[in-house]
Design a binder for this molecule. Structure first.
Ligand code: ADP
Length: 343
């Protein structure tokens, strides 16, 4: 196979607002004790994607034409960013390479930092504004509940108002926590629980009414040290996206299992899947393909940030039937780690 077939230029990006990666990468490398030997704005024009078998490829083969200039390469394996290669050629034609294996997993966080900081502030303000009216609704609904006889046909509806308003308060609090990871309290939980809790709350929502949920949940799933509310938020976002992509009709399959010291959670839908050209961006804050007013572009970036805070990964792939499958991988702590943490 010719290199040109394997290495494909994905997008010409503008330096600056559009594409802060090289700046971030230089900071990243510097922080890791790497010296940036050669640094050039032209980097941003050499953003390429490699799809192929890394084990069977030499770097020269991999870089091909790009070997002649300076650049930044992101290697994708099965559509998941695997490593970043930052390279430059000095005037003496000496090649300087910085290869950061799996760096991308930390990388988006760096890149998100600035945007997240302002987003966290905005989210905090919105959450603050929402909390008071929500508190009021909850108070009045509780007063109403006390006034109603238990046998009243309205009692069930008032209970629903209370349940849903409580959910809104939880979401609004999650928004407040968004930029402040240290706030979330974690405990040992069975991750099947947040999945079923959220399902119980949303199953009667209009958008989910014609969706068939199938659960294949491992009854012996080991407990995970997690924040229950945040995990509920992740499943709520993924279920909502799946339902919206299927326009309210189709199937959502949820699977949990423990494998090789990891908990794996897969959520698949029978929607149209995610076009390859937008795959690298879907976890970015504010990235949405939904109509103005419909999507915020925050759902997946919140999921990503929560899962990262739980030391895990979230990725997406297209399933054979064409829909999207989101996979969450959470590493189970080793006995040593547990002992060190005093468990
Ligand atoms: P929003 O839902 O507000 O658009 P998200 O961050 O949750 O924001 O999602 C970003 C984009 O990712 C969506 O606009 C959509 O294009 C795509 N997406 C997310 N989940 C799915 C899915 N299950 N199927 C198809 N596309 C999806």
């Amino acid at each position: 196979m010719k290199t040109s077939e394997k290495v494909k230029r994905v997008k010409k990006l503008q330096w600056g607002e559009d594409f802060p990666y090289p700046v971030v990468l230089s900071e990243y490398s510097a922080k890791r004790g790497h010296k940036i030997l050669f640094y050039n704005r032209a980097f941003s024009n050499n953003f390429v994607q490699y799809k192929g078998n890394l084990d069977k490829t030499t770097l020269e083969e991999l870089l091909g034409d790009y070997f002649k200039g300076n650049g930044l390469i992101v290697i994708y394996i099965k559509n998941s960013p695997y490593c970043v290669i930052n390279f430059s050629i000095s005037k003496k034609r000496k090649l300087h390479l910085f290869i950061e294996e799996k760096a991308w997993l930390r990388f988006p966080q760096w890149y998100h930092t600035e945007r997240l900081a302002s987003l966290g502030k905005l989210a905090g303000e919105i959450s603050h504004e929402l909390n008071n009216p929500l508190g009021g609704i909850l108070l009045y609904a509780n007063m109403l509940k006390e006034e109603l006889p238990k046998s009243s046909k309205w009692a069930d509806l008032v209970d629903r108002i209370i349940k849903l308003t409580t959910r809104c308060k939880i979401i609004s609090k999650a928004l407040l926590d968004f930029g402040k990871p240290e706030r979330a309290k974690k405990e040992w939980i069975n991750l099947n629980e947040p999945i079923l809790n959220i399902y119980d709350i949303i199953k009667d929502y209009q958008i989910f009414k014609k969706i068939k949920f199938t659960f294949d949940l491992d009854p012996a799933l080991p407990k995970y040290y997690a924040n229950q509310t945040q995990m509920e938020q992740v499943f709520l976002n993924l279920f909502t996206n799946a339902a919206e992509s299927m326009k309210g009709e189709g199937e959502i399959k949820v699977e949990t299992k423990a494998k090789d010291d990891k908990i794996i959670i897969r959520i698949s839908d029978t929607g149209p899947g995610i076009p390859e050209d937008i795959l690298p961006y879907i976890f970015d804050p504010f990235f949405t393909t939904k109509k103005t007013g419909k999507g915020t572009g925050l759902g997946l970036s919140i999921c990503h940030s929560i899962i990262r805070r739980h030391s895990g990964e979230i990725r997406v792939e297209t399933n054979p039937s064409g829909g999207a499958t989101f996979e969450i991988i959470l590493p189970l702590p080793t006995r040593e780690a547990l002992r060190e943490d005093g468990f």
